[in-house]
Design a protein around this ligand. Sequence first.
Ligand SMILES: [Zn+2]
Ligand SMILES: [Zn+2]
Length: 593
Amino acid sequence: MPKNETLDTKRHSLAHIMAASILEMFPEAKFGVGPVIEDGFFYDVHLNRALTPDDLQDIEKRMREKVKQNLRFERLEMPLNSAIHLFGDMSQNFKVELLHDLKSRGTTAVADLGDANLVGGNVNEVSVYKTGDFTDLCRGPHVNETREIDPDSFRLTRVSGAYWRGNQEREQMQRVYGVAFDTKQQLEEYFVRLEEAKKRDHRRLGRELGLFMFHPWAPGAAFWLPKGTTLYNTLGNYMREVLFAAGYVEVKTPLIFNKALWETSGHWSHYRQNMFQIASEHEQMAVKAMNCPGHYLLFASEVRSYRDLPIRFHEQTPLHRNEASGVLSGLTRVRQFSQDDAHCFVMPDQIGQEVERLLGILRRVYDDFGLPFELKLGTRPPEFLGEIETWNEAEAQLKETLDRAGVPYELNEGDGAFYGPKIDIFVTDAIGRKWQCATIQLDYMMPERFDLKYIGADNAEHRVVVIHRAIFGSFERFLAILIEHYAGAFPIWLAPVQAMLIPIADRHAVYCSQVKDRLTAAGLRAEIDMSVERMNAKIRNAQMQKIPYMLVVGDREQEQGAVAVRLRSGEDLKTKSVEEFIAIAKDAITTKK
Ligand SMILES: [Zn+2]
Ligand SMILES: [Zn+2]
């Protein structure tokens, strides 16, 4: 995502002001690191007691006062040794430790704390920032004066535990989090968005709508309940339709391979710990974590002519990755998943037109889900495989294709993989969150490793180029995104149950089941609510289940061979003949409304 430098500067300046406020309340406070994070900032602080919610309010109040005083951020450069003395005098042991590290190792970098942020490139000199009475070791930048910050644009949100430098043997710090935006209104919108995201949480909706479940005996692997399976298969079949029309063929390759395959692909040395390994007789095997190597074996199983290319293998079989149990989360971090995966085998001069075809597919698919998207092109990194001319040619084709397709894209120079340039695609959901789903990745390495070639018009052998590509990414993760995007109210073409028949009394049950048979025969997914509840309760239940159409049947409807149609929004479409309803529903399915 593009970085908002100014906003980040404000956020980081607020981290200093927070530290200054904490120091006022707790003169013994020792500070660790205080970087900018998504939506805000944090600071790690070591104190003699745990901070309470009241403390947070107090800190926040002091921060607000300081911001209103219009304090200046003064930058001072000083020799490293002077800084060690300065922070030693203030008993800021953690800062002194960082400075000593800088002196002996030339860096303060540890794990994931982003504390490289603390110092600049020059090891003999460091910069400190003074704000009022508070002095901190910091590279900057900062706002010049606190009046650049709206005093109502930030809030402290929570405190969590963190070890100093991420090391369990070291001191336990308290990590104080704040969120900050340019304006008060943006801050309020952030909390609304957070609330909305909570309501849409796919883990909650998945349970309420009866889509999927998990069991501790299969960590990270979803059980798809009947409705969830319908949804999953609907997506799978939709993607098949789209891809078949674009010249893809579907294949199924084995789930378990001998380690020889993984040695050839290089995964055995780099990725083995992420795969489930299995012993069989005297063979060492691993469950596939990706489809690519299987597709290479398929491609190499026949002599391929330039006339056959491009060849496009699509596969939806399950994949497994041995993710640590601690990181598993709902459908977004799982151990078992399937992808709308495909590999296109092309000649080098076909890259442009193949990517153009892909962009067409991408646009159609994301339009069908109402997901706007943006692209990023990652080009040759400093370390790369293959000839520089090959790269230049591929990148030129990609740029030309993107320009011709008229899709705006961001150029990320040097962000490609070492084995080929790539395009990352990000979608924006209904509440403004961005997700990366699709990727288009060129690969010059695997064709070498698996000796993938075709016979050219010149009768000689040539290397193919492989394009790895997925549009949904994993079905599991894409379903999580869709559940939250639609808040569970799927458009009719996706809805697991499209119509709920609601008999007013038992005497309407036979007619309802006749109607259901007609709907099913017409290809619609319908159910009958045969519970003993009253009509209004049945309507409410169907609304809670977010079923697009409720078809109420009483004496009048039964006599007329009709149904009274209501939408989940509450809108009343009045009485329609069964034929009329089928036409309405089928039209909505075709147009994906
Ligand atoms: Zn700073
Ligand atoms: Zn692949």
